[in-house]
Design a protein around this ligand. Structure first.
Ligand code: FBP
Length: 329
């Protein structure tokens, strides 16, 4: 007897029908999956095709653009535009908001096509992250740059391992794996483990002396209790936290020996990095805050590429960090 694994599209169709929702979201998600598969192909063949080098330009963040950054961004734009469901896109690789089907589209998409750029030259795991918000169909058109709390879905692909994790608003966080015919299959619900036994810490340890005093002290008194793991790509590091529990953090840099290099607002971008993992973490029973102890999902973006410090993971550890950052608070 032939057996068939449940695919993501089977899973989503059932979800949409159970909630009497339209098929527009399936069409959008199908385009996002097609983009991820094509990025996976380009990355897998990157070394052989000579695509792991520089593209010869700089992006809105002033960083040198990698050829893979450029390829991934082009692939994402192509598939999202073809869906006809997208009003506009905010992409890490483009300064300005990218208009698509402005009149007829239903969704705003916030995308980091290729995250973890320091891993690209080594062909090590990177990520593709996305957040989706919906047009206000009832009332007047409102704020396009939405707070994470207003996202209807957020997800990430760990490339080239073929894992896809997506959270649907009030419907949990789910992981899928790519099969032999490039379908994402076998939905597994992700809930952060309560037991501290498997919890891990993940942060760039080279920066620890430049974090806020409260964070430095918390690390000194806590780190011996948990394994330390750091891949240097948010998608990969958060993938582990979702499975094992613990805390990923990219704190503000406030104590750099050269004050001009301080980063009081952190490094990671709010809309397509921090809010994406914060949304997934909430659906998996966790939490995420910024340097002021504010929930990441409550931050209303003023600019598409604004940065934020990020502390995300198991609620008890996020609460400990909040106390360490603002003892009185
Ligand atoms: P990019 O989008 O430029 O790759 O920056 C984001 C990121 O690579 C995250 O994926 C990762 O968590 C962090 O920066 C690593 O930064 P660092 O190399 O400073 O530890």
């Amino acid at each position: 007897m032939l057996t068939f694994d449940e695919t993501f599209m089977d899973f989503l169709l059932e979800h949409q029908e159970r909630h009497n929702r339209s098929y527009h979201f399936l069409i959008l998600m199908n385009s996002i999956l097609n983009a991820a598969k094509r990025i996976q192909y380009y990355y897998l063949t990157g070394a052989l095709r000579g695509n792991l080098g520089l593209a010869g330009s700089t992006n809105v963040q002033g960083e040198e653009v990698l050829r893979m950054d450029w390829i991934a961004n082009e692939v994402v734009k192509h598939h999202l535009a073809r869906s006809g469901r997208v009003i506009h896109v905010v992409s890490e690789e483009e300064k300005d908001i990218i208009p698509m089907n402005v009149e007829g589209g239903r969704y705003f998409v916030y995308f980091d096509p290729m995250d973890g750029s320091s891993n690209v030259p080594h062909n090590l795991p990177i990520g593709s992250l996305f957040g989706i918000a919906k047009r206000n169909l009832e009332g007047p058109e409102d704020q396009h740059l939405r707070a994470g709390r207003d996202y209807i879905a957020a997800g990430m692909f760990v490339i080239p391992t073929g894992t896809f994790t997506i959270a649907l608003k009030n419907a949990g966080c789910w992981r899928f794996h790519i099969d032999e015919v490039m379908n994402y299959v076998k939905p597994t619900r992700m809930d952060l483990p309560e037991s501290r036994k498997t919890w891990e810490l993940s942060f760039n340890s080279a920066h620890r002396d430049m974090f806020a005093e409260g964070v430095r002290n918390w690390i000194s008194r806590t780190e011996a209790r948990y394994a330390f793991r750091y891949l240097g790509a948010l998608a990969g590091d958060f993938h582990r936290i979702l499975t094992n529990g613990g805390l990923f953090m990219y704190p503000a840099i406030v104590n750099h020996p050269d004050p001009s290099k301080n980063r009081p607002k952190g490094k990671l971008r709010l809309m397509y990095e921090a809010a994406v993992v914060a949304f997934m973490c909430r659906e998996a029973g966790g939490e995420a805050i910024d340097e002021d102890g504010r929930p990441i999902l409550d931050i209303l973006p003023e600019k598409p590429h604004q940065r934020t410090a990020l502390y995300v993971g198991s609620k008890p550890l996020v609460e400990e960090i909040r106390q360490a950052l603002h003892p009185a608070g």
